[in-house]
Design a protein around this ligand. Structure first.
Ligand code: HEC
Length: 675
């Protein structure tokens, strides 16, 4: 969003409105008369100017008029202007509310807006008064729960806690209440006056969200009285994996000798994933005590995704990479752990040289790709032009172990940790591309410099800056997630000198494969099969299939209704030219010669801007069917559907015996979803 603030700030535009008005006078101002009309004007532009004029008149009447703009339609620019105005007029408005001259009755929306816009310390001055006449409803309607979290005093926080514990909220509102209490503790170190133990029953809730929020709250309160209950959650038979990993993380964040002892105990768990997470968590509290268990993990873990999660967690401990490297045995590290460690050790602005070396040796991998000099880069770039095959290169780019897709997007599809690659080939010369991939740290693209945050408890967080508020810094991590760090907990904030993109990514590739990859990159955005800039074509698909057991269970129609989150769907981006190939469809649906497939489905969403006819063009072989919102529309070729504005589910049903060599779906009348 771009706000054109300077025009209002400069006051130039106000001139026309304020001719003859003398700025800077007190209450019952004659200037308010015209402004009361203008703030309700039909033109949003005029309302905007009126708001900024009102901001200059510091009276309660002026604040009331400004808030009345909410009676008319709002847009993001008006929202922001009102937000600024409320802040400018905060003191007179608060005084009027406290004196009872500004009454919230019938102006709930205005009240809500104003309280949210105020700074927390200002909001807290009026919150108790406002809440006194407004008990929180069972479904937690309105902004009150979050406002208490952002600005409530210990007394209000206690009331919120009491209501949550007493079952005075439904499940979603209970989750919100716990989250708000957690934010109060995290961002302003505020907590209810009463005993922490009262949260224990909620740690045992059958509701996943409640359990997770209660665990997060426990990790903020850091109260030893909660440790046993958190350990129980880890050990309970039916605990969901997401809850278990939050519980283990809570023990680490709670710290203290009680948590430490509990984690040492969990190292004996019979569940290898618990042992792994407990070892990682313990390394934050006592690296020495955790070392033997960490080494054991490197020798037993065979799942690469689990290993990557392990390394990413452990490397957050300052200095851990070096210490583990020293402790690693000469042999016996599993290849999955070594590969994951090499990647985690070099990504996210880290350069864990000792670890990278030890892992390379310990797993018998080949060494680092030698530091490429300018000559090597030029040479590779030239060879890629002559001998690289961009079509093969595209498949290399998509390989999961290279992880390009987990950080970059093409045509809007993919992750956003690194820059979008849609037109990189058209805009950058080949040797730039080679250098960018082989030596990510040589030149770091503007806006992608990494940031290293160290908290007071010795944890290091790395990523690029996603955004920042007065209270916290939010990083985008190499894993593609966001990590919020409260400024109150910050010890050090450094600009990293390394790219978030790890070096050595191409180590598993032979020279021809590297040339193919570079050839692919250098074609991106040039006209032809590697131009993803053109819209109107489906680029992100869900694939699924029905088999005879589905038919036996009466489930043959599941793809028509199952949400995209259903595990039976597998998501895949189309090739850059906007097609799914037979090979891709078979690979993603894991077509096996011995399972009889009844139907193969490819699905996507289409959002249309207005009611009316929507043209669709399906390129697929014979026997393909096009389904829209659960209704069959036609087959391959052109069809038209009458659709309402909004999002619609499109399915292509294929005959498993006639999966087409290429499948493509276009529409000039809507936009296909990108994820
Ligand atoms: C952990 C995330 C991550 C992974 C994995 C990753 N990249 Fe990057 N990449 C980035 C970031 C962040 C940048 C921008 C900073 C920089 O210039 O180094 C970048 C920059 C680039 C650039 C330069 C872009 C420009 O506009 O200057 C290219 C080309 C590139 N990556 C290609 C690849 C390829 C090919 C792969 C897979 C082999 C890959 N990346 C894997 C994060 C990643």
């Amino acid at each position: 969003m771009i706000f054109r603030l300077h025009t209002w700030r400069s006051g130039v535009c106000l001139g026309a409105l304020l001719v003859g008005l003398n700025l800077g006078q007190a209450a019952d101002d004659p200037r308010l008369v015209p402004l009361s009309r203008l703030v309700q004007d039909d033109s949003p532009k005029v309302r905007l100017e009126a708001l900024r004029a009102l901001a200059k008149i510091p009276t309660a009447e002026s604040a009331a008029l400004a808030l009345s703009v909410l009676d008319r339609p709002m847009d993001p620019t008006l929202d922001y202007a009102l937000w600024l105005t409320v802040n400018d007029l905060a003191e007179p408005w608060i005084a009027a509310l406290q004196a009872g001259t500004w009454k919230p009755e019938g102006r709930e929306k205005q009240l809500e807006f104003a309280l949210k816009a105020l700074k927390p310390d200002q909001a807290s001055r009026v919150l108790s008064q406002v809440l006194a006449s407004r008990p929180l409803t069972r479904d937690g309607q309105g902004p009150w729960i979050e406002l208490i979290g952002a600005a409530g005093s210990p007394r209000e926080l206690q009331q919120l806690m009491d209501q949550a514990v007493a079952g005075g909220f439904d499940n979603p509102a209970t989750g919100r209440a716990l989250k708000a209490l957690g934010e109060a503790a995290r961002l302003r170190k505020a907590r209810p006056a009463g005993e922490a133990r009262s949260v224990i029953p909620l740690l045992r809730s059958p509701d996943e969200t409640i359990q997770i929020e209660a665990l997060r709250l426990a990790s903020q309160w850091k109260d030893p009285a909660l440790v046993t209950a958190v350990v129980e959650v880890v050990n309970a038979a039916g605990t969901r994996p997401s809850v278990r990993s939050t519980a283990l993380e809570s023990l680490r964040l709670m710290g203290g000798k009680e948590s430490q002892a509990a984690l040492v105990g969990l190292l004996q768990s019979t569940d290898p994933s618990v042992r792994r997470s407990a070892a990682a968590a313990l390394s934050y509290l006592d690296l020495n005590a955790a070392l033997p268990a960490l080494v054991a993990v490197t020798q037993t873990t065979t799942d690469e995704a689990a290993a990557l999660e392990f390394w990413r967690s452990v490397l957050g401990v300052k200095g851990a990479g070096k210490r583990i490297a020293e402790a690693l045995p000469e042999q016996g590290i599993t290849p999955a752990v070594a590969r994951a460690g090499l990647r985690a050790g070099r990504e996210g602005g880290r350069n864990e040289l000792d670890l990278v070396l030890a892992l390379t040796k310990g797993a018998g991998l080949t060494g680092e790709s030698g530091a490429a000099g300018a000559e090597v880069i030029k040479d590779l770039a030239a060879k890629a032009q002559a001998k690289g095959d961009p079509y093969r290169g595209e498949w290399i780019y998509r390989r999961a172990d290279l992880a390009c897709v987990s950080c970059h997007a093409i045509g809007g599809v993919g992750a956003r940790v690194g820059p979008d690659m849609t037109s990189i080939g058209a805009s950058a010369p080949p040797d730039y591309l080679v250098e960018a991939v082989l030596l990510p740290n040589a030149k770091i693209k503007e806006g992608y410099h990494s940031l290293i945050l160290t908290t007071k408890d010795g944890t290091e967080y790395t990523g690029t800056l996603a955004r920042e508020t007065p209270q916290e810094v939010i990083l985008r991590t190499a894993a593609g997630t966001e990590q919020a760090v409260a400024k109150a907990d910050l010890e050090k904030r450094e600009q990293g000198t390394l790219s978030l993109m790890p070096g050595g990514l191409l180590d598993p590739l032979n020279e021809q494969e590297q040339l193919d990859l570079f050839a692919f990159l250098s074609r991106l955005g040039k006209p032809g099969d590697f131009d993803a800039a053109q819209g109107g074509v489906a680029r992100y698909w869900r694939l699924g299939q029905t088999v005879h057991t589905d038919a036996q269970a009466g489930q043959e129609q599941w793809p028509l209704t199952a949400p995209w989150t259903d595990k039976r769907w597998a998501a895949t981006p189309a090739l850059v030219k906007g097609v799914l190939t037979k090979g891709l469809i078979d690979e993603v649906t894991k077509a096996q010669a011995w399972t009889a497939r009844l139907g193969v489905y490819a699905g996507t969403d289409l959002t249309v801007p207005k009611d009316g006819p929507v043209r669709l063009r399906l390129l697929a072989g014979p026997g393909a069917e096009l389904w829209v919102d659960g209704q069959k529309l036609g087959g391959a070729g052109e069809s038209t559907a009458q659709l309402k504005a909004g999002s619609h589910r499109i399915l292509v049903k294929l005959d498993p015996k006639q999966v087409p060599a290429e499948l493509r779906l276009e529409s000039p009348d809507g936009s296909f979803s990108l994820n």
